[in-house]
Design a protein around this ligand. Structure first.
Ligand SMILES: [Zn+2]
Ligand SMILES: [Zn+2]
Length: 238
């Protein structure tokens, strides 16, 4: 029996680089078509479309997590996942205050759309969500756990906005027990740049509907609730 097929890194139309078709219901329906068992919505520096996504997912019985792809002070992307909307939105408020007050340019990035569960645009976000926050990567793992969440560095094998491209390494004292790789077939887990025992995850980082579920990845056979996901991510061997 196969494990739980996941995709914990998906962007909606709220992300400046997210396609306008990435509405809550389109994401949910594409996830079902792709055979995913659980998804997470992780827009850049925002959880504001998580309420709509979670409601749309609940309507069709698809487990979904509220999340965010945080951009740290060092311009490192980190995927953060939360057990419920309230903690995600608490984190969202904190992050918003730590984003520079630079306005979106819709003619370049498109509108940053906050939607309801029927895909109606409620409001557009004017602060550009793509920028780095002033939140450091040092201590981030425990900071996110203070919001009852878990986090892992995103696409560490990419050449930009990744822990390895910016810092050159990941060490155990950074507190991360998992990391996401974008190209799992090319990545060597025994790399000396990554701590031994680190859980390697892979997600689509979808910005377009057709990307959702493009990376085939499974959790071990467990119930798809948040504590089991968090245990999986935190359950490294070091
Ligand atoms: Zn990223
Ligand atoms: Zn992303």
């Amino acid at each position: 029996m196969r494990g739980i097929r996941y995709d914990f890194h998906i962007h909606s139309a709220l992300s400046p680089c997210g396609d306008a078709d990435m509405t809550p219901n389109n994401i949910v329906n594409m996830a079902r078509v792709a055979g995913l068992d659980i998804i997470a919505l992780t827009d850049h520096n925002s959880c504001q479309n998580c309420p709509a996504l979670l409601e749309a997912a609940q309507r069709v019985g698809l487990p979904a997590l509220a999340g965010m792809e945080l951009c740290t002070r060092e311009e490192i992307h980190v995927v953060c996942l939360f057990p419920c909307l309230c903690h995600a939105l608490d984190f969202d408020r904190y992050v918003y205050e730590h984003l520079p007050d630079i306005q979106n340019k819709p003619e370049i990035y498109g509108e940053q759309c906050i939607m309801d569960a029927d895909d109606n645009i409620i409001v557009t976000e004017h602060k550009l969500l793509l920028n780095a926050t002033d939140i450091p990567i040092d201590g981030l793992s425990s900071f996110v756990s203070g919001f009852h969440g878990v986090c892992f560095p995103a696409h560490i094998d990419k050449t930009s906005y990744s822990a390895l491209s910016v810092l050159g390494f990941l060490t155990p004292d950074m507190g991360f027990t998992a990391a996401e790789v974008a190209y799992p077939t090319r990545f060597t887990p025994a790399s000396p740049l990554v701590p031994e025992g680190m859980r390697i995850l892979t997600n689509s980082d979808a910005h377009y509907l057709w990307d959702i579920g493009c990376k085939e990845a499974y959790l071990e056979e467990r119930l798809p609730d948040f504590s089991s996901i968090a245990d999986y991510i935190l359950g490294s061997s070091f």
